[in-house]
Design a binder for this molecule. Structure first.
Ligand code: FE
Length: 218
């Protein structure tokens, strides 16, 4: 039975020992592992494994690429965290300026921006820990961005003392487009939640791997 190596971290799956922690009995060939099985060291899925001795140089290069990718993702996570903290600081200054319509809208706008950044931050962390990309955060980011735009257009309309017909017409068009995007994304979110309901879920992600032990129809 062939040994298989993880292209991400270098872990070697030995069929003779199996993977006792994941409940894989000794003697289980790599091909017989369930689709949901992941690397015990880095959580990479089966498609990131290759037979030991098979194109080792290429896979070594690939492993260096994954390492560089991880460093880039950690860097992005740090930048996002700093950005979120900075915006919270700006929000506090807006809040301290007093309670008028413009300041309150600015605070709401800043909070929504922080939520967007935190969604991207959590997506990066999920990728680094689970090696899975979830679609849900992207839908949520789109929803929050569109709602943010609607709020800003509405605020600008009410802040203007005089509005020309052209400006009014443009603002209405923008509101209609943003509302359309919000509705489309809600439909996408609904469909996605229906699809993932019958698929395996784990904390922090919406993996699409069907559970091997799932009862029929679930
Ligand atoms: Fe691995």
């Amino acid at each position: 039975m062939k040994k298989y190596k993880c292209s991400v971290c270098g872990y070697v799956y030995n069929p003779e020992t199996g993977d006792p922690i994941a409940g894989i009995a000794p003697g289980t060939p790599f091909e017989a592992l369930p689709h949901s099985w992941a690397c015990p060291k880095c959580n990479a899925l089966k498609d990131k494994f290759h037979a030991v001795g098979d194109h080792e140089t290429t896979h070594e290069l690939l492993r260096k690429f994954y390492l560089a990718e991880d460093v880039a993702y950690y860097f992005i996570a740090v930048i996002l965290f700093i950005a979120a903290i900075s915006i919270i600081g700006i929000t506090i200054t807006h809040f301290l300026k007093g309670f008028n319509t413009v300041n309150i809208l600015n605070v709401v706008n800043d909070i929504l921006l922080v939520v967007i950044i935190l969604e991207i931050f959590s997506t990066v962390l999920i990728y680094l820990t689970e090696r899975r990309i979830s679609l849900t955060p992207f839908i949520l980011i789109g929803l929050i961005s569109s709602i943010r735009r609607i709020l800003m257009v509405t605020a600008m309309m009410s802040a203007r003392e005089t509005t020309t017909d052209v400006e009014f017409s443009r603002s209405i068009q923008e509101l209609v487009v943003s509302a359309g995007i919000v509705l489309t994304l809600i439909v996408c979110y609904y469909i996605l939640s229906k699809v993932t309901k019958s698929a395996e879920r784990c904390i922090g992600c919406t993996g699409f791997e069907k559970r091997d032990d799932a009862p029929p129809g679930v």
